[in-house]
Design a protein around this ligand. Sequence first.
Ligand SMILES: Nc1ncnc2c1ncn2[C@@H]1O[C@H](COP(=O)(O)OP(=O)(O)OP(=O)(O)O)[C@@H](O)[C@H]1O
Ligand SMILES: [Mn+2]
Length: 270
Amino acid sequence: MSDLRELLGGLVSEVDAVFLFSPSASFYESFEDVDDALVVVVAPDDSVGAEEFVELPLEFSDVSSRVRYGVEGAMDQELVDDGDEIVCAVKTFDEDIDTVMRVKASNFSPSGVYGLFVNSRAEPAVIRDVLEVAVELGKKGQKGKPVGALFVVGDAGKVMNKSRPLSYNPFEKSHVHVGDPIVNVMLKEFSRLDGAFVISDSGKIVSAYRYLEPSAEGVDIPKGLGARHMAAGAITRDSNAVAIVLSESDGLVRAFKGGELILELDPEEY
Ligand SMILES: Nc1ncnc2c1ncn2[C@@H]1O[C@H](COP(=O)(O)OP(=O)(O)OP(=O)(O)O)[C@@H](O)[C@H]1O
Ligand SMILES: [Mn+2]
């Protein structure tokens, strides 16, 4: 006879931390006396008054994204470190927590995705939507051919001041926002042409075809990246924007903030 609790109990034994994702107050309270592991609440806001709390920039619909952001955020706050094992209690299908998952913190370190969302001027959902467009473009390309693209997100007034038009702006009088399905089609279509997209904090597409002219002095980006990436890095040092770049030559999506490369991901693995 095997006891299920014995078989599955290993999942929760000898862990360093328990992460509760958006727990109810009573669920959180029931963890009050746990003293052999650190209890951390991960949620969009701290409605349960948790002692240790990691803010999720948004409710990601898939569980693996939620867990990734939670763990990265906790590492960012130094609640856990590389060697730690963590049990995550998450809602997958139910209104209540219905999923227990054991993860190693080292599996997540550090993609920079969390840093991209916290303390950015643009709304997290806007950054997420732009990242998704870039990843999708990277996966599919344009009619099967690899394509590059540059999205500058947030602080649009300043970005416009530090750039000039390469062509007429198809978004001139429109009020369209990233995340609208039709806009995603437009972004993909226009990405065949030169220059950058400029997107406001709230997600309005301000312009396409912008040639960025930030001061690149002192901007230190990895060798081998070209003008598009240099412009992306530099504009984020010259403004409070973040830049999301899809490389035509190596197919990777990169993000820059404060003049630095903070994220590099392969669309095929995302
Ligand atoms: N300052 C800039 N502002 C906006 N777009 C730019 C700028 N510089 C280059 N680009 C765009 O990037 C494209 C590719 O340039 P380049 O090959 O030098 O960049 P890269 O960093 O090597 O990018 P990729 O990896 O996609 O080749 C250009 O055709 C142009 O559309
Ligand atoms: Mn190039």
